[in-house]
Each structure stands twice: as C-alpha cells, then as structure tokens.
Design a protein around this ligand. Sequence first.
Ligand SMILES: Nc1nc2c(ncn2[C@@H]2O[C@H](COP(=O)(O)OP(=O)(O)OP(=O)(O)O)[C@@H](O)[C@H]2O)c(=O)[nH]1
Ligand SMILES: [Mg+2]
Length: 709
Amino acid sequence: MARKKPLPLYRNIGIIAHIDAGKTTTTERILYYTGRKHQIVDVHDTKDGRGSTTTDYMEQERKRGITIQSAAVTAQWKGHQINVIDTPGHVDFTIEVNRSLRVLDGAVVVFDGVAGVEPQTETNWRLADQYHVPRICYVNKMDRIGANFAHCVQGIRERLGAHALLCQVPLGSSDEFVGMADLVAGLGYIWASDDKDSVWESLPLEQLKDRLTFGASADNAWIADLPKLRQDLLETALALDDDAFERLLNTGEFDPAVLKQCIRKGTVTGELVPVLCGSSYKNKGVQQLLDAVVDYLPYPGENGGIAMVDEDGHVVGEQAVTDDAPARALAFKVINDQFGTLTFCRIYSGVIRKGDSLLNVTRGRKERIGRIVEVQADDTREIEEVRAGDICAFVSLKDTETGDSLADPAHPALLERMRFPDPVISVSVEPKNRNDVDKLSSALYKMVKADPSLQLEVDQETGQTVLKGMGELHLEVTIDRMRTELGVEASMGKPKVSFREAFGKSVEHTYTHKKQTGGSGQFAEVTMIFEPGAAGSGVAFSDEVVGGRVPREYIPAVEHAIKAEAQEGQVAGYEVVDFTARLVDGKYHDVDSSALAFEIAARQCFREAQKLSKPKLLEPIMRLEVVMEADYLGDVIGDINRRRGTVSDQGQKGSSAFVQGFVPLAEMFGYINFLRSATRGRGTFSMEFDHYEDVPAGMVEKLMEKESK
Ligand SMILES: Nc1nc2c(ncn2[C@@H]2O[C@H](COP(=O)(O)OP(=O)(O)OP(=O)(O)O)[C@@H](O)[C@H]2O)c(=O)[nH]1
Ligand SMILES: [Mg+2]
C-alpha cells in the first residue's frame, strides 16, 4: 500500500501552556470546526461527571476540570491531516509536555490574555527550546475583563525572549472583543456573534477605523496603528528573502504567497514566532489558528531528521524522515489498563506493518507488532500499517518503555532519548485491604512504568512502600487512578520531601575488614578518595589501583558497594549524590580475600568517609510565583520570608500584583490554605522544582524531626 497522503500535508502539533490558559477548550473547538465533532463540551461543565471534553476524558480530569494526561486527536483541515496533542498545564504533569514535545514537529503556545506569560508557559517554552520545536503563540481569552494583548506580547518578547511577529491584533477586548485584524492578509474579521457557528465579515484594514470604536482607548490605538504594524510585519518577514525585500523597499509591493513562505521559513527555523489572538470560548479565531498551523508550522521532516545516538548519548548521525529507510520509531508513552498495554510511538522512518518484528534497541529485545491502532483520545481504530511521520499506538508490546527506540532488526539505531524530571516529594502507600498487598505492588509497578516522573522505593528501615513524584497532586491522582483504572484501593501517608545528601569535602579514607572465625577468615583493605562534584554531576567510580594491590576481580564488588551504599546516606538515610569515588589503594590476602570481603570493606569505607566529610543535607528549592491583589503583597512577601524563602522579583501584572521567588519545598506544604485565607481566596500560586540546595546547618535537626512525625 503506497502512502495515502504526502508528508507535506501532515502536521503533528502540541498545544502547550500554563494551567487554565484554554488548551483543552481550543482543542475542543478544533475538533468541532474540522468536523470531527458535532457538539462542543466546555471544561467547566464536566464536573458533574455527565459530559466530557474529547481530550479530558479521565474521571480525575473531569472532576477537577484540568488536564492530567496528554491526549492525541486527529483532525482534517483544508486537505491536511493535523495530529493534535492536548497537554496538561499543571506543573505536576510536566512529563506529559516533555514527552509530547519530544515527538512533535510544532507547537501552539496558548496564553491567557489577562495573565500573559505565566510560570508554566516559561517552563514549557524552555522545553520546546530544548527539543527545537517551532511555535506559534495564540493569545486566548481576549474576551475576559482585563485582557491585554500588548502586555502579553511584551511578556513573549521579554520573558520568553522570542522574536514575536505580530500576525494578528485584536479588535476590541473584554466584552467588546469582536474579532481580529489579520496583518498578513490585510483584512479585519468581525464576528456576528459568540455562537460557535457564527460567521465573520472580512473587510480591508483601512475600513476598520470607520467601522469600530471601542470604550478602551488602548483598543482604538491598535486600530490606529494598523498601517504601521502591517509595514513592520512585511519588513520583518520579507527580510528573509532578499529579492522580495528589495522589491518591497523600492516599490512597496510584494507577493502574498512569498510573504507566507517567508513567515513559514522564519517559524520553521525558530527565528520568528507568529503571534495570533482570539477567544476559543467565544468561538473566535480558531479557524484562523488552524490556517496558521497549516501555513507556518513544519511538516514531519521539514525541519530535519531525528538524531541517532550511541549508548552514551553522543550524536552519531541523523535519520531523515522518509518511508524509504529502515523502520525507526520512538516510544513516548505507555498506557496500561484492564485491556492491556498501549505503547504510543512516533515513527521517524520506514514503514511498519501488522505482524512485523522490530528490535527494541534500548533493551536488546525483539518485539512483535500484533495490532496497530490510531488513537482518538480514548477511542482507538485499528490500522494495517504506519509510516514515517505518523503517531500511533502498538498494542501489547512486552518490554518497551517510555523513551525506548524500536527499529528494523537488520538496521538497529538508538534515537535521542528524552529527559525526565526528578521527583521531589514522596508518600508511603498502603493497601486499604490487607489482602491486597500483592495487587498493590503490581498496580504501583504499572503506574510507575507508565509515568517516568514517578519512582518506587522500599524504605529499608520500615519496610514501607514509598512512591515519589512531582507534587502532592501528582501523587494523589496516581493513587486515585489505580482505583479507577486498576481496581486497587490504597491510602497514602503524609507527603514528605525527597532530601538528598552530599559529601561536604574531599576525604581520603582507609578501611580494613578483617575477621578470623575458625577456619578461613575474611580480609580486605581499601583506600579511597571521595570528592564532592558539581550539582547534577552524578556518581562516578574510578579504579586507580596500581600494581595489582587490589586484584581486578574484586573491583566490581567495590564499585557495587559504593553505588549501593550511596542509596542511604549517613546524615538521615537519603540518597547521596554528586561525588566521585576513587579507589586508590588496598591490600588483599591470597586465601582470605573474596569479593564479599571487599564489598564489606568498601561499604564501611564509604560510611566512615561520608561522616568524616562534614556531610551536607540537600533540599529541593521551588520556584514560586504568586499572583494576588496588590493589597496583599506585603503579607505574601512576609510569609515567603518566614518560610526561609527569598523574593527574586515583584511587580504589576495587569491589574494584579505578582511576586516571584525561591522557597524550600519543606516549608510549602499546605501553602494553598495560607494563600486562601491571606488573600480572601483571590490569590493563586504556581510552584515548580528548581534546584537542590544545602540545608542550613542549624536547620538539619529541626527538619528531620519534622519529617519523622
Ligand atoms: N473567558 C474565556 N474563558 C476561557 C477561554 N478559553 C478557555 N476558557 C475557560 O478557562 C478554563 C480553563 O480552560 P481549559 O481549556 O480547561 O484550560 P487548559 O489550558 O486546558 O487547562 P489545563 O489543561 O488544566 O492546563 C475553563 O473554564 C474554560 O471555559 C476563553 O477564550 N475565554
Ligand atoms: Mg486542558
């Protein structure tokens, strides 16, 4: 079967933003206007559990009115197939944005026209930078009171550092928002009503000033500025084409098709970011957004291929996106439910058919492709084959996890992996019903396998099962999903901070393990140097023994001992990170030495050395942003200081005030309750992990005491 649709008619895009910017609402409109859906459901109408938007179908999403997992849908627009992934904005589910951006070719970044650039917009923007994903900005919610396009554009330029290209400007704002001026087409669009089926009238930009007068002077100023804004757009975009630019300067003329090509070129290379506006809720601007997706965002492969790497992650080549190459795919999401496993994959090259065998290159295991499905949110449709550029799910793969590469067994290749965030918070988990211990561990295992931002541990002292994640909501939702999806009920303990430990200074230490019991004894001696490394440098071991003073066969036992011992440090039993362990000398005995003896010696050596190094306790520090009415600013800042936090910025954001700063996670449990009462329920905050920092010496005991309660 040949390719049905040429690659240039595909778009794989993600919708990303801060929480509540209107991603799901926009996705819902996209499905309506592309004819995929005949009814629109609004996010705030789903809490009673009866209705559901297409992409927020999970029970936990409907109840809370937020997106928790990314969901893929497919739509057809003007002969193009647009695969859309609606992602969550809440920071606890950032893994979903991460993995989506890894496999997408372009993104629509949605802004709340009132709030402008918010913390999670920034985080997601940086993720898109990392994965080199071209973007379009869509300033949504222009109908809300306080919507301020200029403020939003300023944020895009200053906080995100983007070269924003204004392709549209709003006509009116708040309840006077009636449409937008399209600077590319040179037309104004005015909607007849807020109805989803409302038509819009198109008229030349010059006629807008006679037609529209608004209450807010800022809105009229946009209209007065239209000729200049259009000229700016033409000059910025056409500068990417020498001939067209010269013609524009000499004659004032240009070819509209060339203009679009230039904007496309600038967008695809990431040089420019087109900015559009609208109100998805009031059904204005979504069709124009779809046009822009087709006009400006790249098709699979237009922006180059996918990097291939060696086992250490070094880039060794690039695979072009084409059917005429060996099959290569990346698994970016695994979902388990009662019906089995769905492994979501992005195909980068080749053709994969039902019944094919692929190699999971990451794990060195064969996988047989039983069934292939196209996924539409929670619905699936079976298909026979998938090709370069496609996103699909394979049913019932055995050993493939998120981030794994699948390839034609005759031409294996590892594709660039994705990065997973560090979990910073943990809870103990117990089954509600005592007989469910085994069921619980297998359910937890499944959840962790599906979500790489979760980790599972057993506390060696208490034997408790500990689940680590990105935040309180993340852990709560995980436990609740086990109940609804896997039928296992569990209760969780109080959330705790994931502290870490580190060596305080370099230490050289010798430990001799000697034991004489009856017959053969045990003997091993190691001399090791432990050196603290930079944050994030990880744990490294180097064998620097000369002259066979520690026989080679015992070295792996020493390395193993250090890595195992690093799991539970000497300060308070937390993982010890960022150090180099150098084995520099040792002694052995022909008869009494063994791998076990060396392991014991190395473990003791580590313990004593860490204690001698003036070890440090590290705690996660969160980046915090609070938005509230200016009257409460003083109280909020005072409270941040009381929580051992620091304020890094404060100011005005539309009609509200904001504070940004850094606060230890350990001081932030229950913050929402403080904020509610301090701001009469009007304040909002968002918080995400930023870095680990030393706990001040005087605080260690106090903190540990609090933790043990
Ligand atoms: N006034 C107004 N409200 C909107 C608009 N778009 C979305 N909303 C509302 O904003 C709220 C959040 O919308 P969602 O679409 O769920 O936002 P989201 O970005 O998907 O949120 P998360 O997925 O949880 O990050 C809902 O109550 C929407 O009805 C808009 O254009 N105007
Ligand atoms: Mg959503």
